[in-house]
Write a protein that binds this ligand. Structure first.
Ligand code: ZN
Length: 339
């Protein structure tokens, strides 16, 4: 049975983006795929009085089960209301890649969807995005589009590899490859006016997953020059940063200390994120940081307590740690706390 997001107590991202742009902060978009993560996101945002975008990918929807997901969201909103706190919550599909997937999310209570046509040619991306926007807007749902290619495990491109490769090729070809990889500022206005999207994810050097950059190489800076050019074209338009986890060495070290094997991985530093927000980014996606933290806590707890067999013990500790991280990010990086 289809349902509109308003019935679930959700809102779109429109008002929160407006305020974020005006006051120069960013709205956190946290991905989740299980109950403890959702509980932590809700709790962290209640305690910091922060608006939030609850975000799921199509694989997370499958993992949770769409029927259960709807009830979880419904429950989350009820918990927030019970706390007598008024924070706007949006439910967003991350990286939708077909019209059908976006439509089914819109029909099932999502207030926002992303259609990622960045794997297509520019013209085909416009065609697909436009089709999703038309349907979404007819239901008052908002749409995030994407221009430029975001690297990461999702498409088997590694950003470090990309940078290393670029070093060895002639200048002329380099410019051409860079053009296909990063968002081209001269195209954004055209893309938005043709598709009517409500926000735009851009590629300025972030990447998905845990292995964003190598720790033993000089971490390349995000391309703030490109961001500034895009902002000049779209001064009051919501721009989104994907692949923006910090991949704290604290958690990577715990994982490795307790039998894991995550070597040589680094993320986007807090200062780069702050600079991105200063330069007009108003939505930041966080996924890997939450996954990494859970894995670190589980590894440590089970190794130190080999007799433990109650999942509530180690998942409960994960939840506590996630709440801390979310509160920290909302307060110290995104500036969304007490909005
Ligand atoms: Zn992404």
């Amino acid at each position: 049975m289809s349902i509109n997001y308003k019935k679930l107590g959700l809102v779109t991202t429109q008002e929160m983006f407006k305020k974020a742009l005006k006051k120069n902060f960013a709205i956190p978009a946290y991905n989740f795929s299980n109950m403890e993560q959702l509980q932590a996101i809700i709790q962290g945002c209640i305690e910091t009085n922060s608006p939030v975008i609850l975000q799921v990918s199509s694989s997370a929807i499958k993992y949770i089960n769409p029927i259960l997901l709807r009830q979880m969201i419904f429950g989350a909103i009820k918990i927030i209301k019970k706390n007598k706190i008024k924070i706007p919550i949006a439910l967003h599909l991350d990286h939708g890649n077909t019209f059908e997937l976006c439509k089914s999310c819109i029909d099932n209570g999502f207030s926002s969807v992303m259609i990622d046509g960045s794997f297509l040619s520019y013209e085909k991306n416009i065609f697909l995005t436009k089709k999703v926007v038309k349907y979404a807007h007819s239901k008052n749902v908002v749409v995030e589009g994407e221009l430029g290619a975001l690297a990461g495990i999702e498409n088997n491109i590694n950003h470090t590899h990309f940078h290393n490769k670029l070093r060895d090729i002639p200048e002329k070809r380099k410019i051409k490859i860079e053009k296909n990889f990063y968002t081209q500022p001269e195209k954004v206005k055209n893309f938005i006016s043709k598709t009517r999207v409500d926000s735009l994810a851009i590629a300025i050097g972030t990447s998905h997953g845990v292995y964003k950059f190598k720790t033993d190489k000089n971490t390349p800076s995000l391309r703030f020059d490109i961001l500034q050019k895009i902002k000049k074209q779209l001064p009051n338009f919501p721009i989104v940063l994907h692949g923006a986890s910090s991949i704290e060495s604290k958690y990577v070290n715990i994982i490795n200390q307790y039998g894991g094997d995550i070597k040589n991985s680094a993320g986007i530093s807090e200062n780069q994120l702050r600079k991105a927000i200063k330069n007009g980014i108003c939505k930041i996606n966080i996924d890997s940081d939450l996954r990494l933290t859970m894995t670190a806590i589980i590894r440590k707890t089970l190794t130190e307590n080999p007799k433990e067999f109650d999942p509530r013990k180690y998942l409960g500790l994960c939840r506590e740690e996630l709440i801390k991280i979310i509160k920290y990010k909302n307060k110290k990086i995104f500036g969304s706390a007490g909005w």
